[in-house]
Design a protein around this ligand. Sequence first.
Ligand SMILES: Nc1ncnc2c1ncn2[C@@H]1O[C@H](COP(=O)(O)OP(=O)(O)O)[C@@H](O)[C@H]1O
Ligand SMILES: [Mg+2]
Length: 325
Amino acid sequence: MNMPVTVAPLVALRRLRIGFGPPSRPPVVDGVDLDIGRGETVALVGESGSGKSLVAHTIAGIVTKAARVSAERFELGGVDLGAMPERTWRTLRGREIGVVFQNPRAALNPVRTVGRQIADVIHEHRGLSGAGLNEAVNGALAAVRIPEPALRRNAYPGELSGGMCQRVMIAIALAGNPSLLIADEPTTGLDTTTQAAILDLILGHASERRMATLLITHDLGLARAYADRIVVMHAGQIAEQAAAEALFAAPRHPYSAALIGATANDARSVADLVGIPGSLPDLDAGPPACRFAGRCDRATDQCIAEPPPFVFDVSRHGVACWRPL
Ligand SMILES: Nc1ncnc2c1ncn2[C@@H]1O[C@H](COP(=O)(O)OP(=O)(O)O)[C@@H](O)[C@H]1O
Ligand SMILES: [Mg+2]
């Protein structure tokens, strides 16, 4: 479901920069603008190392302390998070944002039953206890299609499959009824059938609750199947963004075109890309002004000297490239 552009977005992020090490080192995330509308599903795609998780962690308020983070604007539901004391916005975001990561078993507490872990968050967010809490836990397990909830709630994470653990994580993420769900590679490591079931579950809940969803994936096929809008990241910057079908129909950035070409050649995962020359630029060596220039057969001197501005057309299809397709 596409959002009219006039509606204020739920998440509005401008000029996000994230760096590590000395301030002289170029930031690993450099100037990312990202809007996510209420009820909208945005897929963030790009090779491993392009900065997708750092962006997601920043929005969720869980980015590593080692990172230097700055943004010109950072709003959630119209509230300026940049102007709030860190503690206040962490609590706010804890309620407003649910997160689902890859490797759910590692994210769960191994010595607490899954029922207890779900009960903890339901109690925290909804204040339920006793029989009401018990019922809510069974309901939460049923809502993520875990069979026999009254039995399974007594299992420890180690006794459940990866797919079942991911369902538990989704139940935990949904417990506070957040307005934004961030799913960072939620199906990596699961078998293909389970992947589809998990994504159907996440996006089904998102659509039912009109929740905004940020889906991070290196699988363009999944992005196309599940997202309203696709944002392509390369080396810490946004190369292109457009409605999912518009991006596939007519990619404008040479990097997106290469990714889509590789998808068409059956390398569904960006991780197995063939046909995109080179690798992400070495930031310590001083990247070219366009961070893709070193891999791009259309690059000119301008691409090395001057960063390309991000320009939108009338249909909100945007690209950062001096010589777009
Ligand atoms: N804790 C860290 N310390 C130093 N550099 C980091 C750290 N976390 C991430 N990075 C750098 O940021 C880049 C982007 O990381 P990440 O957001 O995890 O990429 P993605 O999720 O797209 O694979 C990494 O390639 C790495 O260079
Ligand atoms: Mg990642």
